[in-house]
Design a protein around this ligand. Structure first.
Ligand SMILES: Nc1ncnc2c1ncn2[C@@H]1O[C@H](COP(=O)(O)OP(=O)(O)OP(=O)(O)O)[C@@H](O)[C@H]1O
Length: 631
């Protein structure tokens, strides 16, 4: 925009106009996730008012009383307000006595106490309009004892009135807020609901909080000091008290509890270790209190992602809530707290190895996935916990340390299927194979040589396994030469070599050694062959030396021995196809179209031969040839 030469009367600085009704509606109805927050905001204002009064007079009474009935009132013995305060703070949206007028959070003469207040935005009271059309506040200032009692009535259209009342209306300093629930909102102000809400939000508030019902009953809400700040007769009694607290709050008995104490962040609390496994992607929701008030019972951001095996309850001074006060504000303090709590949990974990190996065993039995996730990026932890982490190997479920002692070279598969297929045969041949198909395992196994010099780790490839299987004796190899030649021709079309070896179990006729990378490489090569033009060029340039699979026939197996003697070419072809097909099925991977066609062909071929042998006319002579599937 270019400046105009002669300013028109409408130019110059202006201030925004505010549609009051819209603003009140926005801040009351749309900021919060549920109407129930109204009680939290009222409790919080009362707590702040008492805190403010106690800064000047540490002996001032500290009581908050919630009364339920046809109307709901919240009374406190806090600092109260003068008429001028009411205009300035209560009736000005966005103005808070807990923050300076320049927007800084330093308070009106309460700079040192600012850190003690929960409120800061100057909008919380508006949340009462979610359940009521009118809010009445009767208040008497503690700082100006001569000032009259003031009654303020505000309505949701943004209008308010102020009346002064006789001293007898409120003999002592403090404030009472009164709401009459709007038709349809009574459920939020009923006695049982109010007790439940007060407990939910206010159990850790630092002052006495009581809910009284119309029949004269009353319930004490606050449980201060929190369990972690109480003294206990013995460490065992303390552990039991913390576990009991966990049962009450989270409804499970923890495997262990980790005490959290970060004085720099004014944070204390406990992390309860979950007694059952959880999926790593399911981060736990933690209960976070700020200065006693519950901000969230689903705060995931309090701990690093890897710590999904604990649920925390904490109370903190220095974290900030968002304006809705329903989650934590993501700032540097929160990041620092997250790191420090992560370090604390990690220390607990490494400490267990020295102090309570039995508990560590139980813990790892349940949460080894979490620890493996963590150890991948944490050398020290890996070094410390590797001796304890279980892996699936050809020797069963053992730790890598143990496994490395008997197998100086460790082979690792990249998929679970590969392991299932190869493990029994490789194990019988004396090879040490680890199942690397589970999340994190392959990465961790490959890091073993860094931690245990002298061990070597390699990915399992077909050549290694074949090399470790006993060669068939030369005479057997010679007499099987004709059959092997047919077999090589048949499976060669699938980029597969054939070898004759002796291995256990004897019942296994053939083993197909193939790995995922090799398969992908062949698929790429195949596609390059099928396409032309630019795609062929691109796929071709991606093609590395295509590794071949290997079909290892077991010379100890009676079926293979008989197949090796077949002289008739048609039967030899069907037998080779059937052996390949059976080994293919054992890999449990999905078959491609031409592989299904091969199985089909082998089956029909063998059936034809069987029927021919049984005296029926050869199908090939009378009927159509074996059907071939088109890919
Ligand atoms: N029970 C009370 N006793 C004394 N003063 C109160 C009380 N309730 C509200 N006030 C005054 O009214 C102001 C506005 O309250 P409101 O709840 O809207 O905002 P806040 O508590 O300052 O901040 P937030 O929006 O973060 O809650 C407060 O700053 C405080 O000065």
């Amino acid at each position: 925009m270019s400046p105009s030469p002669s300013p028109s009367p409408s130019s110059g600085a202006h201030t925004f106009q505010v549609d009051l009704r819209g603003l009140v509606d926005l801040l009351s109805h749309h900021l919060y996730s549920s109407p129930r927050v109204y009680l939290r905001e009222l409790l919080q204002n009362s707590v702040d008012a008492i805190t403010a009064r106690r800064t000047a007079d540490p002996q001032a009474p500290a009581r908050i009383t919630v009364r339920t009935g046809a109307e709901l009132t919240v009374s406190d013995t806090g600092n109260g307000l003068t008429e001028a305060d009411v205009h300035t703070f209560l009736a000005t949206i966005g103005r808070s006595s807990k923050r300076g007028s320049d927007g800084r959070i330093d308070g009106a003469g309460l700079a040192s106490a600012r850190g003690d207040f929960i409120g800061q935005f100057g909008i919380g009271l508006l949340s009462c309009f979610v359940v009521a059309d009118e809010i009445t506040v009767v208040t008497r200032s503690a700082a100006s004892p001569g000032a009259p009692v003031v009654e303020w009535r505000g309505t949701s259209d943004g209008r308010y009135t102020i009346t002064t009342l006789p001293d007898s209306a409120m003999p002592q300093p403090g404030t009472t807020v009164r709401l009459v629930p709007r038709a349809g909102s009574e459920q939020w102000t009923g006695p049982d609901q109010v007790v439940a809400l007060a407990r939910h939000y206010g159990s850790l508030l630092p002052y006495e909080v009581t809910v009284a019902d119309p029949r004269g009953g009353s319930v004490r809400i606050d449980e201060t000091p929190p369990v972690w700040e109480r003294r206990h007769a013995s460490p065992l009694a303390r552990k039991e008290a913390l576990a009991e607290h966990c049962r009450r709050v989270f409804d499970f008995t923890p495997l262990d509890t980790i005490e959290l104490d970060l004085p720099a962040a004014g944070l204390r609390g406990v992390a309860h270790v979950l007694p059952t496994a959880v999926h790593p992607s399911k981060r736990s929701g933690h209960r976070v209190h700020l200065k006693g008030m519950l901000v969230s019972d689903q705060a995931e951001e309090l701990l690093p992602e890897w710590a999904f095996f604990v649920r925390c309850v904490v109370d903190a001074d220095s974290l900030r809530p968002t304006a809705s006060r329903e989650s934590l504000y993501e700032d540097e303090t929160l990041a620092a707290v997250r790191d420090a709590l992560g370090a604390r949990i990690r220390d607990w974990l490494t400490g267990l190895a020295a102090s309570d190996p039995a508990l560590l065993h139980r813990f790892l039995g349940i949460h080894h996935l979490a620890v493996k996730a963590l150890a991948r990026h944490d050398d020290e932890l890996l070094r410390m916990l590797l001796p304890w982490l279980p892996f699936e190997t050809t020797d069963g479920n053992v730790t890598l340390d143990e496994f490395a002692r008997t197998h100086p070279t460790i082979l690792v598969t990249s998929t679970v299927e590969e392991f299932r297929q190869v493990a029994p045969i490789a194990g019988a041949a004396g090879l040490g194979v680890v199942n690397g198909g589970y999340t994190y395992d392959r990465d961790l196994v490959h890091r073993l040589p860094e931690i245990r010099p002298g061990t070597s780790v390699a990915d399992l490839d077909p050549g290694t396994v074949t090399a470790h299987l006993d060669a068939a004796d030369p005479a057997a190899e010679l007499s099987a030469a004709a059959f092997l030649a047919v077999a090589r021709e048949v499976v060669g079309r699938f980029d597969c070599d054939v070898a004759l070896r002796s291995f256990h179990p004897v019942s296994s006729p053939a083993l197909l050694l193939d790995n995922r990378e090799a398969r992908h490489e062949r698929t790429r090569a195949e596609l390059a062959g099928q396409s032309d033009g630019v795609w062929a060029g691109i796929l071709g340039s991606l093609r590395a030396e295509a590794p071949r699979a290997q079909l290892v026939l077991n010379h100890l197996n009676p079926l293979v021995r008989r197949a090796a003697t077949i002289t008739e070419r048609g039967l030899a072809t069907s037998a080779a196809e059937a052996l390949y097909g059976q080994a293919l099925l054992m890999t449990r991977r999905p078959l491609r179209a031409e592989e299904s066609a091969l199985l089909n062909r082998a089956f029909v071929g063998l059936l034809t031969h069987a029927m021919h042998g049984a005296g029926t006319p050869a199908a090939g002579a009378a009927g159509p040839a074996a059907p071939e599937e088109t890919p």
